[in-house]
Design a protein around this ligand. Structure first.
Ligand code: GTP
Ligand code: NAG
Ligand code: NAG
Ligand code: MG
Length: 373
């Protein structure tokens, strides 16, 4: 029988303390490496809007741009909270128009209340049926089987049919809704999100001036169960159409092994500031069509976040993707508060970077930084 002698106890204690110190050092080193990648990126590659005073002069010039909000009537309350912040923090100064989209008609109250929040023009539209329903080639029995399985596997929204239509709409159709025809740029906003900092310039003017196509605040990992064969399908697509892949792409952001497998990182697409013309491009349209024909929006639960992000990472030059570090943003448990004090001060931010969950934590954001440097 073992007896815990004092000597043995001491040895256990030494080992335990040793392991704790080693663990701490590893964690510390990892934060440091992450941090220095971030610093290096910010110093060498980041385009800082605040370094360009001309952006802060509020000229009357406006771009062909709109705030795009896909929302249900039942989300009005949460939306109004968001709009209040969005107007106060930014749009009351710019009055960019709002485009509201819904799969069913908006109620009178919804139209009234959302219009009352702003001096800007607001447009409300119902989405054409063909943009929010099964395409002819989808076997709906098989789609139903998928939903039942996803629900059993506890994949978020896996059993909710409308969620699949929503993901497909956001992947392939929002940018060709007739109400958006006249716009070049969009800012995607969702009900219930918070904006924590003042934005004292026009992000549309900023992205136009810097030739940026896609802007984000948070980068996360996708739920693997929702996209079992997405990557395989993406690889087949680029084998067929290698001409669409940019020579200066950010493949390193989405794959750790030279495109062998997908590392699940994506830009969280509920916040996007971007160029609609990207989605209207031949490369993206072909890409969407290919994915859609395969059926993964219904036979799996492909989301618009990985679809947008994989397309942006592969088809765009990496300099055309921008991390909006200065925009404090929160959606549910995930949020981005600018970690730099100077940035928080200038934006009069009301947030704590200690509570960030923006991609630093699961390494996707550092993966993005290191794809540049
Ligand atoms: N009109 C309409 N909008 C929808 C529907 N389902 C989702 N949306 C909108 O689509 C966006 C994304 O839907 P969410 O339910 O927030 O899905 P999510 O962002 O993946 O999940 P959460 O983490 O719960 O926010 C939001 O702007 C919703 O308002 C729908 O059936 N009809
Ligand atoms: C549709 O899918 C179901 C279930 O997977 C299958 O049994 C059926 O044969 C399919 N129908 C067609 C027309 O392919
Ligand atoms: C913007 O980027 C694209 C692709 O990288 C390039 O072809 C184009 O010339 C750039 N435009 C400007 C104004 O720099
Ligand atoms: Mg949401």
């Amino acid at each position: 029988m073992f007896q815990r002698t004092p000597a043995r106890n001491l040895r256990f204690l030494r080992i335990a303390v040793g392991l704790a110190i080693a663990g701490f050092l590893v964690c510390y080193a990892m934060t440091f490496i992450g941090d220095s990648t971030r610093q290096m990126f910010l110093r060498t590659k980041y385009i800082d809007p605040h370094a360009d005073p001309s952006l802060f002069a509020n000229t009357p010039e406006r771009l062909k741009a709109a705030i795009v909000i896909l929302v249900r009537n039942s989300e009005l309350d949460q939306l109004l909270l968001t709009l209040k912040q969005f107007e106060d923090r930014w749009n009351k100064k710019y009055n960019y128009p709002y485009v509201y989209l819904n799969d069913v008609p908006f109620t009178e109250e919804f139209i009234e209340q959302t219009s009352a929040m702003t001096k800007a023009k607001t447009y409300h539209a119902t989405i054409p049926k063909e943009m929010w329903s099964y395409p002819s080639w989808i076997n709906q029995t098989k789609a139903e089987t998928t939903r039942a399985q996803m629900e059993l596997d506890n994949v978020p929204y896996g059993g909710l049919e409308s969620y699949y239509h929503m993901c497909r709409f956001n992947s392939g159709f929002f940018f060709r809704h007739p109400l958006l025809d006249e716009y070049d740029y969009y800012w995607r906003v969702e009900p219930g999100v918070d904006f924590y900092c003042n934005i004292d310039y026009d992000p549309f003017a900023f992205i136009q001036k810097n030739n940026i196509t896609y802007g984000f605040t948070i980068s996360l990992k996708e739920i693997a169960e929702s996209i079992p064969t997405l990557w395989k399908t993406v690889k087949k697509f680029i084998k067929k159409y290698p001409q669409y892949v940019s020579p200066d792409n950010s493949a390193k952001l989405i794959s750790d092994n030279n495109m062998e497998t997908y590392n699940l990182c994506h830009f969280w697409s509920n916040f996007e500031i971007g160029d609609l013309r990207f989605y209207r491009s031949e490369a993206y349209l072909k890409f969407f069509e290919y994915l859609d024909k395969y059926g993964g929006f219904y036979y799996e639960r492909w989301g618009d976040a990985p679809v947008h992000s994989i397309a942006a990472a592969l088809f765009l030059d990496k300099s055309r993707i921008h991390f909006f570090n200065d925009i404090g943003y929160k959606h549910g448990d995930f949020g981005h508060c600018p970690p730099e004090r100077k940035v928080r001060k200038s934006g009069k931010c009301q947030c704590d970077p200690e509570t960030n969950f923006d991609g630093t934590q699961d390494s996707c954001l550092n993966q993005y930084f290191s794809s540049y440097i």
